[in-house]
Ligand binder design. Structure first.
Ligand code: C2O
Length: 547
């Protein structure tokens, strides 16, 4: 196994998009940031130097961080932010994960431009369980704001309303042909006739689930969130923010140029929907060259599902399976039920109207089990936990919602107001955990991509409506459920996940729609140390940033 050393300099960089030059925050001047390539078993050592004017942290999305929770990255959960002028070296080993992950800033909305791919290949000498691809290309789907994304979310927090939607979707940082001033930078992905090509698709958008497709080509899905899947064929995939999907395509079409394209899956009625589409071009290298000076022949346009096509999104999620019999826990020690959804705060009487610009003069909020998570501000949860510092968080996060109601029905206003708090749920090392994630209809019904740090979990069932223990338990797939780190809880529905809590630390669980984290759709799972060093969190590194 190798040790890979990298320097990440977080800095302000001029980036030209949509006809204008912007000051964007980048890593090493690159947008998207550098791609990290490792093998399973390798160690990554990334020295992050902050030369920007914002606090920053970097999260290694999906990396298990076994016993190295200090390197996980979410600000005020596992570390204090790296201040301007400061630095911190993240050091961790990849243990038993293969496929596509990514890294991103985990501080305010910096991840809009501070992100990159993290590719994990099998250990030396181990091959993929599918035909070896001739080429591999990361496809990072993103969102671009003309305004400074930090200002966008600060403004929304000030007014209590929804943040402005992005100005473009992007593929590898480029909006593509269909946007103004973007054509000449459209990303081109080469392919040869007869070639097998692995696309490592990552949804790094802040706030949008996205459909992705390539004109005339079929995908063979082989992995998701750095776990292999039983291969299956589809022409479209759907990813929530945070999720990755590995697909094979074959150069089996007439040599030409074909668009690959992404656009939102956004089932929420009345939610902001931008009907634009980001594109890149799949180009056969043997395609006839355009005559000199003539316009390049228009690429073939794919058909994308409609923005509210829940059937297609659901069919895709339900096609994912582990390759063989999976070691899903069958006995459960921690049986948890978490609601996930939005809410509204009535406006405090001393607030001016311009701070109450949510629906009907309220302020937007979001919660799990009616608790709207508040980040600590001068110490991380993990540090307070390990050093026994009181007053930072409490461990009374409820195992079940405090009030049971018709989660997907019309809900009385009295249930709309969550209680702000920094509450964690504590569990013993090795606990076998089941969490029923129940979406609520409060304020708006929509998918919530729920991400758990420090773990992969099995998605044993998903469904619509209210979870019914009598009838739905019988539908659990304990044979070959997919393993992921982010589950899209279906609109007006639920998902059930299972895992073994064998990684001690403080692990953030949150909706990966960034505006929902801002509004409090999060909690923390505290996993105690087990017996001996191999079941205990390592001590923090010497350069661990303090507040
Ligand atoms: Cu990809 Cu808490 O994040």
């Amino acid at each position: 196994a190798k040790v890979h050393q990298h320097d990440f300099v977080v800095q302000t960089t001029q980036v030209k998009r949509l006809c204008k030059t912007h000051n964007a925050i980048t890593v090493n001047g690159q947008y998207p940031g550098p791609t990290l390539e490792v093998n399973d078993g390798d160690t990554l050592v990334v020295n992050v130097v902050n030369r920007a004017r914002y606090n920053v942290t970097i999260h290694w999305h999906g990396i298990r961080q076994i016993r190295t929770g200090w390197a996980d990255g979410p600000e005020f959960i596992t570390q204090c932010p790296i201040r301007p002028g400061g630095s911190y070296t993240y050091r961790f080993t990849i243990q038993g994960q293969v496929g596509t992950l990514w890294w991103h800033a985990h501080s305010s909305w910096l991840r809009a431009t501070v992100y990159g791919a993290l590719i994990i290949r099998p250990k030396e000498g181990v091959s993929y369980p599918f035909p070896k691809p001739r080429r591999e290309t990361p496809i990072m789907l993103g969102e671009w704001w003309d305004a400074n994304p930090i200002d966008v979310i600060r403004e929304a927090t000030r007014t209590g309303g929804a943040p402005n939607i992005s100005d473009a979707y992007t593929i590898n940082g480029e909006p593509g042909d269909l946007y103004n001033c973007s054509s000449k930078d459209t990303v081109i992905v080469p392919i040869d006739v007869g070639e097998t090509h692995l696309l490592r698709v990552i949804n790094s958008a802040l706030n949008q689930e996205l459909f992705f497709t390539v004109a005339n080509h079929k995908f063979t899905v082989v992995g998701a969130d750095a776990s292999y899947t039983k291969p299956f064929t589809t022409s479209v995939i759907m990813l929530g923010p945070g999720q990755t999907t590995d697909v094979l395509i074959s150069g089996d079409q007439t040599p030409a140029r074909y668009y690959m394209a992404a656009r939102p899956y956004q089932s929420a009625q009345g939610a902001p929907f931008d009907n634009t589409t980001t594109t890149a071009i799949l180009e056969y290298k043997s395609a006839p060259c355009p005559a000199k000076g003539s316009a390049v022949a228009n690429p073939v346009m794919p058909v994308l599902p409609a923005f509210n096509d829940t059937a297609t999104a659901t069919a895709f999620a339900q096609s994912l399976r582990s390759p063989g019999k999976a070691p899903v826990p069958t006995e459960i020690d921690e049986s948890l039920f978490f609601t996930v959804g939005l809410g509204l705060f009535n406006c405090p009487s001393n607030f001016r109207a311009r701070r109450c610009q949510g629906p009907n003069g309220t302020r937007f909020t979001a919660s799990m089990n009616n608790v709207s998570f508040v980040l600590p501000s001068n110490i991380s949860v993990l540090q307070a936990y390990k050093q026994g510092i009181p007053g930072v968080f409490t461990t009374d996060f409820p195992a079940k919602p405090p009030v049971q109601f018709d989660y997907t029905g019309n809900v009385s206003r009295s249930l709309w107001q969550p209680v702000p708090g920094t509450k964690a749920y504590k569990m013993k090392f090795g606990s076998r955990v089941q969490i029923i994630l129940q979406g609520t209809n409060i304020q708006t019904a929509e998918n919530h991509p729920i991400h758990l740090h420090g773990y992969d979990f099995y998605i044993v069932a998903e469904g619509f409506g209210n979870f019914n223990p009598k009838t739905d338990t019988a539908k659990f797939n304990l044979m070959d459920p997919p393993m992921r780190n982010t589950v899209g809880v279906p609109v007006n529905g639920w998902a059930v996940i299972r895992f073994i809590a064998d990684n001690p630390g403080a692990w953030l669980m949150h909706c990966h729609l960034d505006v929902h984290i801002t509004w409090g759709l999060a909690t923390v799972l505290l996993v105690e140390n087990g017996v001996g060093a191999l079941q205990s969190l390592e001590p923090p590194p010497a350069d661990f940033p303090l507040c």
